[in-house]
Design a protein around this ligand. Sequence first.
Ligand code: HEC
Length: 323
Amino acid sequence: MPRRILFLSILLLAAATRPAVGDEQPAAQPAPGEAVDPAGVEFFEKQIRPVLAEHCFGCHSVRAIKIRGGLLLDSRQGVVKGGEGGAVVVAGKPEQSRLIEAIRWTDPDFQMPPKKKLSPEQIEKFEQWIKQGAPDPRDAQPVKESDAATKPVIAEAAAKVLWVMKPVVQPEVPAGVTDSANPIDAFVAAEYRSKGLTPVDRAIKPALLRRVYLDLIGIPPSPAEQEAFLNDTSPDAYETVVDHLLAGEQHGVRYARHWLDVLRYADADERMIAAQGIYLWRDWIINSLNDDVPYDQFVRAQLTGYRSTERTQMSATGYRSKA
Ligand code: HEC
């Protein structure tokens, strides 16, 4: 599937799985003693709630950007409480209910919803609803989405367990647990010790060399490179190899694979037709990694490089323009 369509479908899926405004509350069970009769519940759910959600919540719900007239219509409590002018619903008496007055548009200064009058059928349903005593099964208090998302639940609980949420500290390096000069090894060794584990012996030189080659460039060392390392008895022989590998072009090739895999790089499209010039983008990724391009610039260039007048920057968007 072309990636743009895939991206779109993900967006659409996300939108579809998001509850629509007003749908977020399952029909709340009435509190004991406040049982709403099933016919009333059905009437409310079918005739009233959808209209409130579509035509009123934009200005009269906790999720409204600005709550108008001090009136909340997204909970029973809100309806009962009314707005700045007091009660809006008098159960059983539509003629005395300001909500009905508002939706009938009889007073030119008090017309709800302000932009477009509800249909005569909808208005009639509201009148019937109030005549029935305004049955409203909604019990739970609606929660403003932004409140729900930023509740300390996440921040506080997560801060205790997630290292990313913890403040940066300079930990004390455990002493006497390893002969390695690298402090990271000391932490690992201390943790091993606390669990009663014994670290394996140090890797022999050929094994160490092979590992670091595979890690950094994805290719094992040649016999000549092995020999050179075995013959280098200086204390920083290992560091020399690491520096050499990090500086080489092959390191970018190796690490570009991760990025290219994520963006599903291929030399041909889904019909197996050669994606012309796509190698330019691939090479741009490799070169950027080798040039230590900061991550933000790296991403930005791939999204907006087509605005650039520099040829190399334009290559950054190669894959996107193919998508
Ligand atoms: C675009 C925003 C908007 C929409 C949508 C809207 N209202 Fe209002 N509503 C207001 C404003 C602003 C006020 C306060 C000013 C006023 O009374 O005219 C208000 C006030 C009210 C009041 C009086 C509250 C009080 O105590 O003074 C009632 C009742 C009301 N609206 C009912 C409704 C109903 C029912 C709907 C949906 C069918 C609705 N409104 C849709 C903006 C809106």
